[in-house]
Each structure stands twice: as C-alpha cells, then as structure tokens.
Design a protein around this ligand. Structure first.
Ligand SMILES: [Zn+2]
Length: 305
C-alpha cells in the first residue's frame, strides 16, 4: 500500500508525464507568456492555453484507456509486467515515418515496464534485398528499401524472441504462430505490435491477445476484441453454473459465526443500578419560570382591574 505522502507525489509525477507529451503546446504557451510578460493581461494567451489543456486531457484519456485495457489482460489472461511487446517490420517502418521513438513511447503508453522483442523471421524478411531491372520500379523499390533498411536497424536493437521456424517463415506467419502460442503459454505472453491489417484481423480472432498499432501518428492499444470479451464472459458464466450446482448438491453454506471481541470484561449492565440524575439546576430553572409566570398573571389581573 502506498503511503499517504507518496500519493500526491505519484500524481505530480503523472502530471509531469502528461505535460511532457505536450511539448509543442507547452513551448507555444510559454513563448506567448514570455512575449507578453511585461504587459500581460487576462486571457492574453487563452488560445495557446486552451490548446495545452486539450492536449493534457487527451493524454489523461489515453493513459486511462491503456490502464483499463491492460487491467483486463492482467486479470483475465495473466499478463504481468514487464510486458513483452512483439514488433514486426511494418510497425518499425510506421514509427520511423511518424518519428516515434518506440522504446520511449511504448513504455510511457503502457505505464509499466516493457520489453521490446522481435523474431529472427522478422529480421530475415527485413534483410531481404530484391534485385530489380526496370528503372522506375528500381527507384520505387530503392525508396521502399531505404525505409525497410531503417526498420531493420530499429528491429535489430530488440531482444529476439524464440520461434521454432527453421527455415524461417514470413513475419506475419511467425507473429501469428507466437500469438497462438502466447494464449496457451504462462510465461511468454505477447502484445502484438504491427501495421499489417490482415495479421491484426487474424490476431483479433485469438482471445487474449493485446494489439498495438500506429494510427494518426499515435500509438494505439486496441480495446479487447469481441472474442476475448466473449471468452471471459463464458468463463464467468461457467463459474456461476458450478457455484449453483455446488449449492444444489451441498446446500446453502452456513453463515460464518461472528467472533466475540476479546478484551476486558465489563459488568453485566442489567445488574448495575442506574445513577440518579441530579436535577438541581433544572429545578431552580423551573421555579424561576413559574415565579415569572405568576408575576405576569398578577400584572394582567391588576391591569384588568
Ligand atoms: Zn519465426
């Protein structure tokens, strides 16, 4: 349990983290304030401030989403940090294109420690160079080749996850195989990070596989697929059925007896004599009021006379 003093500290750290993701907005707002420092007025930089708040809220929403999704996989499918993120070449290419630092952004987004992994099949696929004769095609392939080479360099930095493929298979086949194995395995569970739509669709059909991709220049962790939700719902229904059957066979479980509190014994309240209340003050007050009432009566009688 975190101590009370550590809670505000954690909140402050999160605050700083969200702000760090809004660097352009922070810079613009800071510049605006600095420019108008001597003659600053109310709402002078409201446009920049609104943009900063919008970005901040977006970051909070993203963090909530990621926490909610990973909690689902933690409690329903046994995922534990550090999370293994299995990355293919298409994801690295998209990250390169959108200037996303995978290591930094993925760890920030998932909030907890992560390990980035790839496979020998992915590296082999990225390492291929196609000889092309046609000059136009050659230009295109060379351009694509440059991106692929960049992705290859990024992927090479990651840890290699074991796959059983000799000879190597296509990256999509390899990742799909590891995703299926991830469902059964207790130790090697993977979050699949790819831009390959066909592979994503394939993985959505395997329950319990978190999926990550880059959309609109941002990392996105998909909400649990229909198959994942359906499977966990079924499991919950089965548990309920088993509990109902148990009730039928064994009957209602006895309610646990309440434990008596231990401590010094007090005397039996029934055997104790009630203390008589001293009402001296009250009597005095009553007497005083009665006297006042009598005086009033006398005055009224005298007036009437
Ligand atoms: Zn493989």
């Amino acid at each position: 349990m975190p101590s009370e003093s550590s809670i505000p500290k954690q909140r402050l750290l999160k605050f700083a983290e969200y702000l760090s993701a809004c660097t352009p907005e922070v810079t613009l707002y800071g510049r605006c304030v600095a420019d108008k420092a001597e003659r600053i007025s109310h709402n002078a930089c409201s446009k920049e401030f609104d943009a900063l708040i919008k970005c901040f809220k977006k970051q909070v929403k993203r963090a909530k989403h990621s926490r909610r999704v990973m909690s689902f996989y933690k409690f329903k499918y046994g995922f534990q940090p550090p999370f293994n993120v299995l990355i293919d070449g298409t994801f690295c290419q998209a990250a390169l294109k959108n200037q996303i630092n995978i290591q930094e952004q993925v760890t920030k987004y998932l909030i907890e420690p992560t390990v980035l992994v790839t496979t020998k099949c992915v590296l082999k696929e990225l390492g291929k160079i196609l000889p092309v004769e046609n000059s136009v095609l050659k230009f295109i392939v060379e351009k694509i080749g440059r991106d692929v080479y960049g992705a290859f360099l990024i992927c090479k930095q990651f840890k290699i996850a074991k796959c059983p493929h000799t000879p190597v298979r296509s990256a999509a086949e390899c990742l799909s195989h590891l995703a299926r194995r991830s469902k059964k395995s207790e130790n090697s569970k993977y979050i699949i990070a790819t831009q390959d739509d066909a592979l994503l669709e394939q993985c959505r059909k395997i329950p319990g596989i978190p999926l990550m991709s880059i959309r609109f220049k941002t990392l996105i962790l998909e909400s649990p697929s229909e198959e994942s939700v359906k499977e966990t719902d079924q499991a919950a229904e089965e548990i309920e059925k088993v509990q109902a059957m148990k009730k039928e066979i064994l009957g209602e479980p006895e309610a646990p007896k309440k434990k008596k509190k231990k401590g010094p014994k007090r005397p039996n309240p029934l055997s104790m004599k009630k203390k008589q209340k001293t009402v001296v003050g009250a009597l005095k007050k009553d007497n005083g009021e009665k006297k006042k009432a009598r005086r009033k009566k006398k005055r009224i009688i005298l007036k009437n006379l």
